[in-house]
Design a binder for this molecule. Structure first.
Ligand SMILES: [Zn+2]
Length: 60
């Protein structure tokens, strides 16, 4: 049975992504993150999504 992981940023299920610090990021988001400078507002969005995804993985 093939299982696709869900991207932590865009929630898309894909099998071409990468695992980064326990998070899964699809190829499209990975590429966009690399192309987005840290002073771009879009970068904050990525960081926020990653923090949110990471937090949901830690049992409270
Ligand atoms: Zn994605």
């Amino acid at each position: 049975m093939k299982r696709h992981d869900q991207c932590s940023i865009c929630s898309k299920e894909t099998d071409d992504g990468i695992h980064l610090l326990k998070l899964y990021i699809c190829h499209a988001c990975e590429k966009e993150m690399i192309d987005t400078p840290a002073d771009n507002p879009r970068y904050d969005y990525f960081v926020k999504q990653m923090k949110k995804a990471h937090r949901s993985m830690i049992p409270s």
